[in-house]
Design a protein around this ligand. Sequence first.
Ligand SMILES: Cc1ncc(COP(=O)(O)O)c(C=O)c1O
Length: 386
Amino acid sequence: MWENPNPKYLKMELFDVYPLMDITPVAAHGCYITDQDGVEYLDLYGGHAVISIGHSHPHYIRRISDQLERIGFYSNSVINPLQRELAHKLGEMSGLEDYQLFLCNSGAEANENALKLASFATGKGRVIAFSKAFHGRTSAAVGVTDNENIRAAINQGQQVTFLPMNDASLVEKELAAGEVCAVIIEGIQGIGGVHVPDVAFMQDLEKLCHRYNCKLVLDEIQSGYGRSGRFFAFQEANIKPDIITTAKGMANGFPIGGVLISPDIQPRHGMLGATFGGNYLACAAGLAVLEVIEDENLIENACKTGAYLDDELGKISGIKDVRGRGLMIGLEFEDDVKSLRTRLLKEKHIFTGVSSTNIIRLLPPLSLQRGQADVFLEAFAGLLAP
Ligand SMILES: Cc1ncc(COP(=O)(O)O)c(C=O)c1O
């Protein structure tokens, strides 16, 4: 019998890339998570803006379970009516009925396809992105992400110019230099620290992209699907981007990504593709999310509860800046927030997110109720009181 000469390798271990919170969730309902000791936590992080309709929503469970009983997967070589149903519902609810939908599996993959599409459509290869941008970790997506630490040598080939946000004259200068296929921008910058681009800047970007035959790509992966209090955050500026990418909140945790493509970009067979993209279960999950958002007026709730939180947080002293829109809120502090977040978690049983070292990010389910917001406000004010 074969004997392993190095027993150290007997058990496969995980590739250790994630700094972990010392919590093991075993159940979750609505805006709450329960750990293995039965402790309940208020979830203001939503697994990184993913939980849009609340954990374990009964309609969501039913729709996915029913679908699984019938057919869970087949490849994109057959007709899957759920894909068209999802596209129709998404078009109707976002007000973008004239767009086309390409389905994939994650945010990075959506951006990868969006940039490729912009390059196909214009025949050009340079991209303009913005300081502090995060667009994902795959090749083209990480190339337009403003973080040297996550870019490997193999990702250095991309032709990208990073510019400061909200300066349209710099964008025009770069476009005039030629060969730019895409300008990519987040609807609201997430990982960069919840920075909302100026409405006038977004409108300038739309005009400039048309003038220089370049595609405006709106990354709504974190800010979309109702989080900002509108279906997509860019809709505040009343513009029509050429390409919009979505993922996180789209299926409440079931892996999915989407690229919404304006009608003047023509598809051709083989141009894009993905084995798992738009599978039956992903579509059922995506439809369930849209149905719950509609039935429970969750976009209106995100707008109202977000405005309430914003007002009340503005009254708490010790916070340097409160920014964002709807239920995408950044709380900037002078100092590191690590111990504040740990105390929120361990003493108050509240999950929050973070950006950089000094910004707390709130990305709760869009179903967060005012009473739950009050639980957080009281706990937070208590921890910040001198
Ligand atoms: C704005 C934005 N774009 C893209 C991504 C990448 O998404 P994924 O992790 O699904 O690849 C993220 C993830 O945090 C994001 O916040």
